[in-house]
Design a protein around this ligand. Structure first.
Ligand SMILES: C=CC1=C(C)c2cc3[nH]c(cc4nc(cc5[nH]c(cc1n2)c(C)c5CCC(=O)O)C(CCC(=O)O)=C4C)c(C)c3C=C
Ligand code: FE2
Length: 434
């Protein structure tokens, strides 16, 4: 049975209801365990990585960050329409209750309504398994200040680390795929469970916030286990910091005392990066490996044998040239080349069909190209010393830029996890009137 085998004796969403409360109790115990929680969330037993697995919603940290990556993801950014802070808080309370229910395999709201009323849950996940659903909420800069206006009296609580992202060299950002006041990322091992959850959460936002953009993604685990591959065919995620190490996560991912109300939360930067796959697929294998700086088959750093061997950035070939080229992606993104900067990557590949292109120069080619690539998702304790630091270098020097274009971009503060009886983002509003 593979780690994702659905034939394991499991519970459907309906049958699951009875078992959910005892699991929720167990989740509460894990959730108060701090470092232990991070460790157990990051390394689920193989049995838990079935469609029947439940990821607890309540805990010190939000799920979906150090959680072992699910196979499907939907990331949605919303714009706030509410004029009153109380309406925002009420939405966050509704989302909390619903996200907890959904992650346990229940409907977003109880179903009992009369025949002449619309059901409170669309029912598209009825009979499906919980599929390790996680819901991760984020607050964009617009929650704190929008068009210079302090709409909700929260401007003074904007975290210093929640900066507006600078324009990077080569950015081709499309406004419709950028920004947002709030974010919801749902991840699950079943795409229907993920979409159902997102739909229900969006419905609960009616009149308070509306969707601005959405990005779907997929990440398939290899049959033999280990690191998955991106659409370029390379193992992607090898040199991520260890999610099972609470020391590493406290250093790289979770905000500390400096974060104030964000303590135990994290900052997410997302980038929709289109990859010229037609061009890449015609590129010689040896050059592909020089672009990445790693062996395509086994993921080892160039000059090394095994995937997890450390990069030797000083190694030279017999002619004195660096074994890992000066402009290789793995070199330029490494901590050693970025004053120690590190991020936790949790990217998903995307496939959005095809798009038309026309070149305005001889020989005047036009045609259809795949619209596919990487939905890059990076968590960090501080984006200024994380994503921004690393991407400044990549944007100007990375040879991979020949094949990639950043078309979407956003940043969100993902508040700490929720304890039972509280609501997502509660620490932001502590001590404020109303
Ligand atoms: C600013 C951060 C990064 C962007 C943007 C980015 C885009 C991007 N990356 C790949 C594929 C790979 N990336 C790999 C390593 C890697 N990438 C980043 C950062 C960004 N990548 C970091 C910090 C690292 C780790 C560097 C290190 O310490 O060794 C790899 C190698 C395998 C691995 O370690 O994961 C691949 C492959 C693509 C396709 C892409 C945009 C489309
Ligand atoms: Fe990368």
């Amino acid at each position: 049975m593979s780690a994702y085998d659905d034939s394991a004796p499991g519970l459907s969403r309906r049958r699951f209801l009875g078992a959910a409360s005892s699991l929720a109790v167990a989740a509460g115990v894990i959730g108060t365990g701090g470092a232990a929680a991070a460790e157990s969330l990051a390394k689920p037993h193989a049995a838990a990585r079935t469609m029947s697995g439940v990821e607890p919603f309540y805990g010190v940290h939000q799920g979906g960050i150090v959680t072992a990556q699910q196979t499907h993801s939907l990331f949605a950014a919303l714009d706030l329409e509410a004029t009153a802070r109380a309406d925002v808080i009420a939405l966050l309370k509704r989302w909390t209750v619903a996200a907890n229910r959904l992650s346990r395999g229940e409907t977003a709201q109880p179903l009992a309504v009369p025949k002449d009323a619309a059901p409170l849950d669309g029912g598209s996940a009825e009979g499906l398994r919980p599929a390790r659903l996680t819901v991760t909420f984020g607050f964009g800069p617009g929650l704190f200040i929008s068009d210079g206006k302090d709409r909700y009296g929260l401007a003074s609580r904007r975290p210093d680390a929640l900066v507006d992202l600078p324009k990077f060299n080569g950015d081709q950002l499309v406004a419709e795929k950028c920004g947002g006041d709030l974010s919801i990322q749902v991840c699950a091992d079943d795409p229907q469970v993920a979409f159902h959850a997102l739909r229900e959460l969006l419905a609960l936002a009616d009149g308070v916030a509306s969707i601005k953009w959405m990005q779907s993604g997929f990440a398939s685990p290899p049959a033999a286990g280990g690191t998955g591959r991106n659409l370029m065919g390379f193992k992607d995620g090898t040199n991520n910091p260890a999610t099972h190490s609470s020391d590493a996560m406290n250093k790289v991912v979770w905000a500390g005392d400096e974060g104030g109300w964000m303590k135990e939360g994290s900052y997410v930067v997302v980038r929709r990066i289109r990859i010229a796959l037609e061009h890449w697929d015609k590129t010689e294998l040896g050059f592909q490996e020089e672009v990445v700086g790693r062996d395509k088959a086994n993921g080892a750093p160039l000059g090394k044998t095994h995937e997890f061997d450390p990069l030797d950035l000083n190694a030279e070939d017999k002619d004195g040239n660096p074994v890992i080229p000066a402009n290789a992606h793995a070199r330029l993104s490494s901590a050693a080349e970025n004053d120690g900067a590190q991020i936790l990557r949790r990217a998903y590949s995307y496939n959005d069909g095809v798009g038309f292109y026309a070149e305005r120069w001889p020989p005047w080619r036009q045609g259809i190209m795949l619209d596919a690539g990487l939905f890059f998702v990076a968590y960090q304790r501080d984006p200024r010393t994380g994503f921004i630091k690393i991407n400044k270098k990549l944007a100007t020097e990375d040879i991979m830029n020949q094949f990639t274009t950043h078309v979407g971009s956003a940043i969100f503060a993902c508040p700490p996890g929720v304890s039972e009886g509280s609501f997502i983002g509660a620490t932001l509003f502590e001590g404020l009137a109303g």
